[in-house]
Ligand binder design. Structure first.
Ligand code: ADP
Ligand code: MG
Length: 619
């Protein structure tokens, strides 16, 4: 077949453009990416060989070779891996089939560095163009009848494919180095980069006759022989993450199942960056063979953000990827790992509280999801929960257990308030009666917190109660009215004010009633139905367009100057348009404090009118 020219997909072209201009100091990572691809290809052929000897070159050593030619200015990275057919070449190197590419480009636009992201997005091959102005790939698939192909590109618009000569199975990637990158062809430099970035690759990496990498599998090493530095090094090579992890857990056991495992919690990688993490799961090995690249059955689903490696001699090598899931051994491993991980998190809470807070800030949504969806895991997950609280300064966090330890002897429940921002929650009128009685209130500002409370209902026998529950009873307070406190309006005046408010707000509220609870605030909104509906509102507001809060009871504080003033004005000049404006604005203020206002900007024209009245128009 003749040489055929094909055009790169748009995203590939954009990517190549960015990489060609990458910082010089970052360029060395091209080698890590090519070696990582070679290693993936070897893993796959190794897995194939377990059940199928009908492949090209079944006896070939599973190895990677890196050769530099300083004269010619070339580097060749070869492997005896799975190879590629012509279709696979086009699919894998001509398009970015992986969803990662688009996300990668978007992150770049947001200012992330290309090198930090490159490995995580499955676009590593193109890193070759950081140092080469021409790349050749000569490859032959492991399939018995497969022919060899040469792919070639200068990293601009197009690439070509033609038939090639190649004896054995696998892939050679040949880089024709740019002038300024020729130093990479030196064997000394190649060895240095391999030791730094690819030391833990499981297959031998030859430069000349020498095997350069250590090939140790840290998870098979005994924990006594590992150093802190080695844990971090391995993490970086495994995940291509530049930052050290928040937690590492090296767990080795022989009974009831054989487990060699090394787990990590990345510092970044939670839901806030959900587009960044495209894949979750642990690497699963058995008898030194990688069975699965990303296994999600080795830990409960809510811990899917954990990275690492698990090996077990008890997993039969001929297990198919489909039957892994239902294997009894996997279930045993999962139980053991889950227990260890929880223990490690508890230790972290006690010994490294700042790191635990970092963990919580990053992974809270996963833990809450676990609580909402996995009733049997509550005992595991509830101790991990953290909340803001009226008893703490700033944005410090508390556990439910610590709240209970601070409870007053006569206190019957754990109280919480829902809102969308810490600042508005702190100023909520609902807190008046709790402040007056010195009762602590948890501040729940995450939309899913309400669902968590509904799911749990209680903690250590104490009910969880929303402060705006209409049925809520608090211990009576000795009257301690301040000197000079004004008397409330007469019953009659108050009744007509209540009537007017109801007339203005109509269906938006269910009723207007005087409050027993309020002190410093003029009014508050109380759930008419209470319970679950209220706790789910924050989430519904998030997912439903045009969501309007369910009508509530409006409680007014007859002793507050605003309410007294309104009542007096209504008596004096019932037709004053200011009355309606004030009622509307009061209601909007309350919605805002509840975190339920859908569009605060709507208030501006009315606020303007009120300001005009306040400033006076006689200027
Ligand atoms: P990723 O490795 O994350 O998939 P890359 O851009 O590094 O992304 O590689 C793209 C694809 O090209 C790989 O998924 C693989 O299918 C194919 N590929 C790259 N290098 C090799 C190789 N040495 N042998 C076989 N296939 C390869
Ligand atoms: Mg890769």
């Amino acid at each position: 077949m003749d040489r055929e020219a094909l055009t790169f997909k748009t995203e590939v072209r954009q990517l190549l453009d960015i990489l060609a201009n990458a910082l010089y100091t970052d360029k060395a990572i091209f080698l890590r990416e090519l070696i990582s691809n070679a290693s993936d290809a070897l893993n796959r052929v190794q897995f194939e060989l377990l059940t199928n000897r009908e492949v090209v070159d079944p006896e070939a050593e599973l190895a990677i070779r890196v050769e530099g030619d300083e004269e010619k200015g070339t580097i060749t990275v070869s492997d005896t891996g799975i190879g590629m057919t012509r279709e696979e070449l086009i699919e894998n190197l001509g398009t970015i089939a992986h969803s990662g590419a688009r996300a990668f480009l978007e992150h770049l636009k947001e200012g992330a560095s290309a090198v930090e992201l490159i490995g995580q997005f499955g676009v590593g091959f193109y890193a070759a163009f950081m140092v080469a102005d021409e790349v050749e790939v000569i490859t032959r698939s492991y399939r018995p009848q497969a022919r060899a192909w040469r792919w070639r590109s200068d990293g601009q618009e197009t690439y070509t494919i033609e038939e090639a000569e190649k004896e054995g199975r696998g892939t050679d990637v040949i880089l024709h180095l740019k002038e300024e990158a020729r130093e990479f062809a030196s064997p000394w430099r190649l060895k240095q980069i391999i030791r730094k970035h690819s030391n833990y690759i499981a297959f031998p990496i030859y430069v000349g006759d020498e095997v350069v990498n250590e090939r140790t599998a840290p998870w098979r090493t005994s924990p006594q022989e590992m150093t802190e530095e080695a844990y971090i090094d391995f993490y970086k090579q495994l995940t291509l993450d530049d930052e050290p992890p928040l937690l590492h857990l090296h767990f080795v056991a022989d009974a009831p199942v054989n487990i060699r495992s090394l787990l990590y919690i990345p510092r970044k990688g939670g839901i806030s960056a959900v587009t960044r993490r495209t894949e979750f799961g642990l690497r699963l090995y058995s008898h030194h063979v990688l069975i699965q690249q990303r296994n999600r059955d080795l830990l409960p689903e809510h811990f899917r953000f954990v990275e690492g490696v698990v090996e077990s001699e008890d997993i039969p090598l001929n297990i198919s990827r489909e039957t892994v899931q239902s294997s009894r051994v996997i279930a045993q491993i999962r139980r053991a790992l889950n227990k260890r991980l929880l223990k490690a998190l508890r230790t972290m809470m006690e010994e490294r509280p700042a790191d635990y807070t970092a963990f919580w800030n990053e992974y809270a949504p996963f833990i809450k999801e676990g609580i909402i969806t996995q009733p049997f895991d509550h005992d595991d997950l509830v101790p991990l929960l953290r909340f803001h609280s009226s008893a703490l300064e700033g944005d410090a966090l508390t556990s439910l257990a610590d709240y209970v330890a601070r409870m007053k002897p006569e206190q019957e429940a754990i109280y919480y308030i829902l809102g969308d921002r810490l600042e508005s929650v702190r100023h909520s009128p609902h807190l008046d009666p709790f402040r007056a009685r010195g009762l602590e209130v948890l501040y729940l500002t995450d939309p899913f917190d309400g669902m968590v409370m509904q799911t749990l209902r209680e903690f250590e026998g104490k009910p969880l109660r929303n402060v705006d529950d209409p049925a809520l009873m608090l211990p009576p307070l000795e009257e301690e009215r301040e000197e000079g406190d004004e008397a409330p309006p007469s019953d009659e005046t108050l009744a007509s004010l209540r009537e007017r408010i109801k007339a203005v707000l109509g269906e938006r509220i269910t009723e207007v009633r005087p409050s027993q609870m309020l002190r410093g605030h003029p009014a508050r909104l109380v759930s008419a139905e209470g319970g679950a509906a209220r706790d789910f509102e924050q989430v519904r507001r998030l997912v439903e367009q045009d969501y309007r809060a369910a009508p509530r009871i409006l409680e007014i504080n007859p002793r507050h100057p605003l309410i007294r003033g309104l009542a007096a004005r209504l008596e004096r000049t019932p037709d004053d348009p200011l009355i309606e404006l004030a009622i509307e604005q009061l209601y909007d203020n309350l919605l805002l404090l509840e975190g339920l206002h859908t569009n605060p900007a709507e208030m501006v024209p009315r606020l303007q009118q009120l300001l005009e009245v306040a400033v006076g128009s006689d200027a």
